[in-house]
Design a protein around this ligand. Structure first.
Ligand code: SAM
Length: 246
């Protein structure tokens, strides 16, 4: 499957730190249990404001968290002051070869230039190390309100497709790693409208719309019809890919 054009900007998050930190979904405990053995040294890519960092910190032997955005990392540092951080792209890692047992990336690998980033990840991994990348995906099957929202987003932004992150990560990673596994789990969260609004505003492809306020107002009307008590239930599938070096 050819990579899709990304409908937002990777640096858009720099102006979205507060919305991002307040409203982005966490990841369920089962995800962390499914990660490769974390007791050694762990490098986190695209760590953002540290939503996954706060859990990795509890489990990792040592942890270094990185992101291309200094403002996102500054928030991470406020929340997790003992985690060392470095501003860098996944495509140019400022670490010596064979420095880490595990490299992780939550909700970020769809941004990277894989033919550049994957060899650099392999370079910084020790032999037998693993790359673990994962995403929360809205479990869209039969979710009419979500389909309607995606229809409106696709109509408003010709660069947006609800499948913009869809990729065969197994095929994508196999040339660089000796094995690739896929794992999924389900979970859901319930948000009130103010939190849901912040989540909408934290998305780079919503920020890429011409009139974000108009889009958000239309979503509020539509969601009120589906969730008259004002509590929006979002079901997620977590999709985790683990790629190992030999
Ligand atoms: C959707 S956020 C995910 C943040 C965090 N991992 C989480 O789970 O909430 C994507 C993050 O990836 C970062 N990012 C985008 N492109 C990147 C790249 N090429 N290398 C490193 N980080 C990147 C962005 O700055 C942003 O903080």
């Amino acid at each position: 499957m050819a990579p899709l054009e990304h409908p937002g900007s990777p640096t858009a998050f720099e102006d979205l730190v507060d919305h991002y930190d307040a409203a982005r979904p966490t990841y369920p405990p089962a995800l962390y249990d499914a990660l490769p053995e974390l007791s050694g040294s762990v490098l986190e890519l695209g760590a953002g404001t540290g939503i996954a960092t706060r859990e990795l910190e509890e489990r990792a032997g040592t942890l270094v968290s990185t992101d291309l955005g200094p403002k996102m990392l500054a928030r991470l540092h406020e929340r997790s002051p003992s985690v060392p951080v470095a501003v860098c792209r996944a495509e140019a890692l400022p670490f010596a070869a064979a420095s880490f047992d595990v490299v992780c990336g939550a909700q970020m690998w769809h941004w990277v230039d894989v033919p550049v980033a994957a060899p650099d990840v392999v370079r910084v991994l020790r032999p037998g190390g693993a790359l673990a990348i994962w995403w929360n995906e809205v479990a869209a099957d039969g979710l009419s309100w979500w389909d309607a929202q995606q229809d409106r987003l696709e109509a408003a932004n010709p660069r947006y497709s609800r499948d913009y992150r869809a990729s065969d990560y197994g095929a994508q990673l196999t040339p660089y790693f000796s094995s690739v596994e896929h794992w999924t789990t389900q979970w859901e969260r319930t948000l009130d409208w103010p939190s849901y609004e912040r989540w909408l505003r934290s998305k780079s492809y919503v920020q890429a719309l011409g009139d974000v306020d108009a889009f958000v107002a239309a979503e509020q009307d539509s969601l009120h019809q589906h969730f008259p008590d004002g509590h929006i239930v979002e079901p997620f599938t977590v999709s985790l890919w683990i790629a190992r070096t030999s």
